[in-house]
Design a protein around this ligand. Structure first.
Ligand code: ATP
Ligand code: MG
Length: 745
């Protein structure tokens, strides 16, 4: 590919960034100004013009979805050899490093990765054993403290001092230490460990660090504003030698402070790398001027920003639509109807439409409506496919096969499907394992000598034999075939089939889906056909075509991929589906037609950010709003509802303060429109007029099915005169007596 094709359409600032010479480089720019595009173009340019070897380039993005998109763009630009470029998230990059070298800091290279569910069960066990009062110290709270410490590279021994040395810190320090000990005994890493232990590895072993400094001579990081301390140290260590660090970000889009993101990493980049070249991009290529103006107006209310002005040549575009409804159901109804209408008109395909919201819980009402109207959709987040019981069970078998020391997995499946092995038996084996200092599986394989097992000993032995059989039969098989064998040999699906319930059928379908995913994995592995050389540290890093892995090693790779799948990955790119996700998950993405649902004070900005009184909390919400608005290319709709159900109670909301920050002239606003029915704000009445008779009928049936209609009681200024004035009044809403509470008025 020649230079013209790489740089042809770039504007002068973009061009300067893409073709900047070696050394630290900061690209600081607002949304949609082509930052990600600069990263991909620069990769292509480095290879084509600077003869940089593809395997000497490491590009890091924030989500797997973003990494996938970047890889695709790079593949298209670079062509042959592109697969040797490391384009991945921080977590995936670190896993690859640890798989190869973690034995140098005393772990086994075949570690498993615990998801948050696994971490929680482990923590629950520890709290029980250490008599920690979980009423005072909530498990989730402890986990998030541990996670925060890991983000800051604080180890258990230093935790108490770091956190303040009070009673709480001392307790958490104790749990943290035990948590790490047990993880290590199970040969398991949690998500935060992936980064933290890689840093520790680099610090402990200069040879390994040097290897990666040589290997990743060119380092590029997208969404740099959301890196935390551990990630910052990771990047800095690698970049120390050649200093070819290119970071790209937007301080106005920093939205992961709650996960330890340190906006200082970008604000202080020029101080830390004092010879850094800084390039600003100001032209937005994504959105209409109106959408940009709205975004700029909102974010202007934050203080302490690096001021940026964004402009576009895309034209003014239509106004931002603002709709206010009585209930979340009406809101959902409107959005789905609007999408269906635009699709019928030929304005937008489903896949060009996205519905974004602040919290996952908001998706349910939307999802129901989409189902009812037969509009295909993909939901990102919520109950993750891999968090379902049957999927976790089957994966636990695979993990046990791949790594017998993962006690949590072994205990999960030892009596699943039922083998008549009771809780007491399991505890006896666990005790024995603890007293011998071995893994649970190791103890189980000596069931005959475990005290007190009686006749259960033979059942345990049978289980151990089953696992051994599964292991030996895996040899030479690809992952899909291994999975099919596991499902068959364990009798897992057979047990579900015998249940004959809809739920069981659902579970079987999910297992089939897992097998399909494995088959896709196998195909991809074949296509790449290249395995990273397992050579020594000095052996260089060229990828060479190698044999495709099968059997347990392939299983390892598969489990690793599964463990790293963030929810965002369930997004199927080829299908024409409306996309639903949280604002956080939408970072870096773009859609023609965007709906921001739930623009209500107390929901967005969140109640917490309003009530904490901390300016920073509210500013983070505002940045999230900026991210949301700037996802839209052509059309943006903001919706709000006066009341919503929250944990079974009706809550009342006033319109989000962020909407008040958007100049009136940019909005097409229905807030003050009078309707014939005497309602002071429109709701369902208007919407009903748009329904065909059949649709209206279906809608009514559905509502009757969903909830016995209740007229709202104790309604006051919040509701207008909803009682009996419209078909929507009160339907589907159950108020908990007159206990409706809320922040709004
Ligand atoms: P965000 O801050 O949301 O991550 P970004 O700065 O990374 O945005 P990109 O996603 O790289 O922006 O680009 C936004 C859109 O503008 C993309 O569709 C991209 O292809 C397009 N674009 C960027 N630069 C140009 C250009 N010079 N000419 C035409 N289109 C461009
Ligand atoms: Mg981007």
């Amino acid at each position: 590919m020649d230079q013209e094709q790489i740089t042809g359409s770039l504007n002068p600032q973009q061009l300067a960034a893409v073709t900047a010479g070696d050394g630290p480089l900061l690209i600081l720019a607002g949304a949609g100004s082509g930052k990600t595009r600069v990263v991909t173009s620069r990769i292509a340019w480095l290879i084509a013009e600077k003869q940089v070897k593809p395997w000497n380039i490491c590009a890091i993005t924030f989500t797997n979805k973003a990494a996938g998109e970047m890889r695709e763009r790079v593949n298209r630009m670079v062509g042959f050899g592109a697969e040797a470029i490391n384009v991945a998230t921080f977590h995936s990059t670190c896993v690859r490093i640890l798989r190869r070298f973690i034995d140098r800091i005393g772990y086994d290279n075949h570690f498993v990765i615990y998801d948050s569910d696994d971490s929680k069960s482990l923590l629950r066990d520890i709290c029980r054993d250490q008599n920690v009062n979980t009423k005072v110290f909530k498990e989730r709270m402890i986990l998030s403290r541990i996670s925060a410490a890991k983000d800051e590279l604080i180890y258990p021994a230093d935790y108490a001092a770091w956190a303040g040395n009070d009673q709480e810190s001392v307790t958490i320090a104790g749990v943290y230490a035990e948590y790490q000990r047990r993880l290590k005994n199970s040969n398991a890493l949690d998500f935060d460990d992936l980064i933290g232990l890689t840093v520790r590895l680099f610090q402990a072993d200069p040879e390994v660090l040097l290897y990666y400094q040589e290997r990743f001579r060119y380092l590029l990081v997208d969404e740099y504003q959301d890196t935390n301390k551990a990630q910052f140290v990771f990047v800095s260590l690698i970049a120390q030698k050649y200093r070819n660090l290119c970071v790209v970000g937007d301080d106005d889009q920093s939205i992961y402070r709650f996960r330890g993101a340190d906006i200082g990493n970008i604000l202080n980049f020029e101080k830390i790398f004092n010879d850094a070249k800084v390039i600003r991009l100001e032209q937005n290529y994504r959105s209409t001027q109106t959408i940009l103006d709205a975004a700029n107006a909102v974010i202007a209310n934050n203080q302490g920003r690096m001021r940026k002005t964004l402009w576009t040549q895309n034209g003014q575009g239509g106004k931002v639509t603002l709709k206010r409804f009585d209930t979340a159901q009406q809101e959902a109804y409107y959005i789905v109807d609007d999408i269906a209408r635009l699709k019928r008109k030929g304005s937008f395909q489903y896949g060009q439409c996205a519905i974004l919201y602040r919290t996952n819980a908001q998706s349910r009402a939307l999802e129901e409506q989409l189902l009812m109207e037969n509009v295909p959709y993909s939901i990102i987040g919520g109950v993750n496919f891999y968090a379902r019981r049957e999927i976790k069970d089957i994966l636990a078998y695979l993990r046990t096969m791949a790594n017998g020391t993962d006690d949590l997995s072994v205990r999960r499946i030892i009596n699943t499907p039922k083998r008549g092995i009771g809780e007491t038996t399991v505890l006896r084996v666990a005790d024995y394992a603890a007293s011998c200092g071995t893994s649970f599986m190791e103890a189980a394989s000596h069931a005959a000598v475990v005290p007190g097992l009686g006749r259960s000993a033979s059942k345990i032995t049978e289980f151990v034999r089953l696992i051994e059989k599964l292991r030996s039969q895996s040899a030479g098989k690809n992952v899909a075939d291994i999975l099919k064998m596991v499902v068959k040999e364990t009798g897992y699906v057979e047990e579900l089939e015998a249940e004959r319930t809809d739920e069981a059928l659902d579970r079987i379908a999910n297992i089939d889906e897992l097998i399909s995913k494995a088959a896709q994995f196998d195909q991809a592995a074949e296509k790449i056909g290249a395995v990273e050389g397992e050579g020594s540290v000095q052996s260089g890093a060229e990828l060479h075509a190698g044999q495709v892995r099968t059997g347990l090693p392939a299983l390892q790779d598969f489990l690793e991929q599964v463990a790293l799948v963030a929810d965002i990955d369930s997004l199927a790119d080829d299908a024409d589906r409306v996309v639903l996700m949280t604002l956080h998950a939408a970072k870096g993405l773009e859609f023609d037609n965007v709906y921001l649902a739930g623009m209500d004070d107390g929901l967005f900005p969140s109640y917490h950010s309003i009530s904490s009184g901390e300016k920073e909390d509210l500013e983070e919400e505002r940045r999230l709003c900026y991210v949301g608005i700037t996802r839209a290319k052509k059309r943006l709709t903001l919706t709000s509802a006066k009341s919503r159900m929250l944990r079974g109670q009706t809550e009342w909301y006033r319109v989000s303060r962020f909407i008040d920050e958007i100049p009136e002239e940019l909005l097409d606003d229905n807030r003050n429109r009078q309707t014939a029915g005497g309602q002071n704000e429109i709701g369902g009445n208007d919407s009903y007029h748009m329904l065909s008779k059949a649709q209206a009928e279906r809608k009514r049936e559905h509502e009757e099915f969903r909830a016995k209609p209740f007229y709202m009681r104790g309604s006051s200024q919040h509701t207008g005169s909803s009682k009996g004035t419209g078909s929507f009044a009160g339907t589907g809403l159950r108020t908990a007596g007159s206990s409706a509470s809320g922040q709004g008025s």
